[in-house]
Ligand binder design. Structure first.
Ligand SMILES: Nc1ncnc2c1ncn2[C@@H]1O[C@H](COP(=O)(O)OP(=O)(O)OP(=O)(O)O)[C@@H](O)[C@H]1O
Ligand SMILES: [Mg+2]
Length: 596
């Protein structure tokens, strides 16, 4: 609890001046406001004295107190917002930044819907906590203090009674709030599940439509609403219990105070003015203590939300930058894997086993292997999305763990297996990897990636929006756009992860030409299925079950008559489609092989 409050105030304390002004204005406003019942007592007492001059003064005083307290309240809210608004922005940016910095492993496990709803609730709670703790709690405590002070002067019995009622309410409230918090936490998990289903559905709308499963999706949501409703009722009813219990104690307490006061008035030990003041203070006191409970209830809920929000900051970043990173002026592009072993956290074991290879700067290497063999895993490790379990990966003879992630990744350009684009314009997406990009650079990259002709024909050209994740483009267009995006950053190491798999033969040839042109003086890693691409590489590494099965030039591997030879034979005979040859031979291919 303390930790969460500390985190909350650490954001606010950055705006000290505004915060100090806010507290001063708020305290003054609350004190002045609480004095009004006392001023009313003086007014009533003056009426009985019949002093017209003093009466006017008292009326002016009461109106003046109201106006001043209102003005001070407004000032408090204004200065409070001066601290609150930038602080909540800072918190949001910090949490967002943390999500950015979190590892690949966090992102593959996260549930986007739940994360967004935790983020949203947390941000609302930031405002809510400020209102409840800093504004309401402070002013209510002051007004209760002032009330008790005046009661202690008039009648210690009444003050004592009020104190006891407040104590009972606080104790009872404490237990009931705990129950309420528990119900809320349980309800939040149900709420997060609903958000998760909705987000998952929104992201997969295409699959839903492919299989015409709209009804099923509705049923899936309805099913999840059953526990949601149940938990919401339990949560809502915990409020009812609280209202009834606290309301009953407060009501009884109020009656007792009134009864004692009337008895005192009849006995002549207090004046009518005193009675008016007591009624003013008590009604204010009950109102305030009820209000206080209501606020504490709010604080409890907001506390849960903000705790979850800040807990995003507790996620540990496992892939860290070194404390003293080695800075390379210019990366040359030598790559070496030394005895690398890797298991996916909570996933596939032995994704890579004792893998060793060396790639010289400027060399081009093709990785070949069945689906799931571990080709993309090699790329993920080279980019340091994960750290190896054993062995090392070196770039320019430096362990990549000694480089900053930014330096490492910015010297590697990748066209991923499934390029994903920002929901923005074509121009924005091509220019994404580099700052201060000129129109000319974008055009050159687009031409090289063979997407220029397509863009030129669009009515909005580079300003065309590509839709969420690039959905408005065809698979091949997305790939070419991703190639242009990569080319623009002019990296020393280039990775193509089946980057031409979605292209027709003509476009592929054009891209291949571009690739081999830019490949000069750059290290190129290609994962490909087509031998037209593979054979142009200086060296080929065949991966099987996370291990290197064989490596060498196309000619050598063919002569060796191993795994590679089998793949090649299947494809060169044209008996398999391009995608199937590495999944293993098709029955037809096996038959044809047997015939030869
Ligand atoms: N994030 C992950 N968590 C757990 N296991 C994973 C993860 N990513 C990949 N794997 C597993 O690791 C193995 C190697 O995957 P990888 O993506 O490297 O295959 P690949 O050779 O690139 O295959 P493809 O040709 O189909 O792209 C697979 O069995 C896969 O299921
Ligand atoms: Mg892959």
């Amino acid at each position: 609890m303390i930790k969460t409050l500390k985190q909350f105030y650490s954001f606010l304390f950055k705006y000290k001046k505004a915060l100090v002004a806010f507290i001063l204005a708020l305290i003054s406003a609350s004190i002045i406001e609480s004095l009004i019942p006392y001023a009313s007592k003086l007014l009533i007492d003056t009426v009985s004295l019949g002093n017209a001059n003093f009466l006017t003064k008292m009326v002016v005083l009461i109106i003046g107190l109201r106006i001043i307290s209102n003005l001070l309240h407004t000032l408090a809210r204004y200065t409070g917002d001066k601290a609150l608004i930038p602080a909540s922005r800072d918190a949001r940016i910090k949490v967002f930044r943390q999500i950015q910095d979190l590892d690949f492993a966090f992102h593959v496990d996260k549930n986007t819907g739940s994360l967004i709803s935790a983020f949203k609730r947390g941000d609302n709670a930031f405002f809510g906590l400020f209102e409840n703790i800093n504004i309401e709690l402070i002013s209510i405590t002051i007004s209760l203090g002032v009330t008790l002070f005046f009661f202690a002067n008039i009648s210690p019995i009444i003050a004592g009674l009020m104190f006891v009622v407040a104590a009972i309410n606080i104790t009872m409230g404490w237990y009931l709030i705990k129950l309420n918090i528990h119900k809320r936490t349980v309800f939040n998990t149900a709420e997060d599940k609903i958000s998760g289903i909705i987000t998952d559905n929104l992201l997969n709308y295409e699959t839903v439509k492919f299989f015409a499963q709209e009804e099923k999706e509705e049923t899936r949501l309805k099913k999840e609403f059953k526990p949601w409703i149940d938990k919401l009722w339990k949560y809502a009813n915990s409020f009812r219990v609280m209202d009834i219990a606290i309301g009953a104690v407060s009501g009884l307490g109020g009656l007792a105070v009134l009864w004692i006061s009337i008895k005192k008035l009849v006995a002549g030990s207090i004046t009518t003015g005193d009675l008016v003041m007591i009624i003013g203070f008590t009604s204010d006191f009950w109102y305030q203590s009820f209000h206080l409970l209501f606020r504490i209830r709010g604080i409890a809920n907001q506390f849960i939300d903000i705790k979850k929000y800040f807990s995003i900051l507790d996620n540990r970043i496992l892939i860290k930058d070194p404390e003293k990173p080695t800075i390379i002026e210019k990366i040359k592009g030598d790559i070496e894997f030394q005895d690398v072993c890797f298991d996916y956290p909570r996933g596939k074991k032995n994704a890579l086993v004792n893998t060793s290879f060396k790639i010289k700067a400027g060399e081009s290497i093709a990785f070949v292997g069945k689906s799931g063999a571990g080709k993309t895993t090699i790329i993920k490790l080279l980019l340091r999305f994960y750290d190896v379990n054993k062995g090392k990966i070196l770039v320019d003879n430096i362990d990549i763990r000694d480089l900053t992630k930014a330096q490492l990744r910015s010297s590697i350009g990748i066209v991923p297996q499934e390029p994903i684009l920002f929901n923005n314009t074509i121009g924005f997406n091509i220019a994404y990897g580099k700052s201060n990009v000129t129109k000319k650079e974008i055009t050159i990259a687009a031409k090289m990636a063979n997407i220029y002709d397509f863009i030129k024909e669009l009515p909005d050209k580079y300003e065309t929006n590509v839709g969420e994740r690039g959905i408005k483009l065809s698979g091949g267009e997305k790939q070419r756009l991703a190639i242009a995006r990569m080319l623009l950053t002019k990296p020393k190491i280039i990775i193509f992860d089946e980057a031409t798999s979605n292209l027709d033969s003509e476009s592929e040839t054009l891209i291949q030409d571009a690739l081999w042109k830019i490949a000069k003086n750059r290290t190129v890693l290609i994962i490909a299925h087509r031998f037209s691409t593979i054979r142009k590489a200086d060296r080929i590494i065949v991966i099987e079950n996370g291990k290197i099965a064989e490596s060498g030039s196309h000619i050598n591997l063919i002569k060796k008559k191993g795994v590679y030879h089998r793949f090649w034979k299947l494809q060169s005979q044209g008996k398999t489609t391009k995608k199937f040859e590495l999944l293993g031979p098709t029955p037809k291919a096996i038959r044809s092989q047997k015939q030869h």
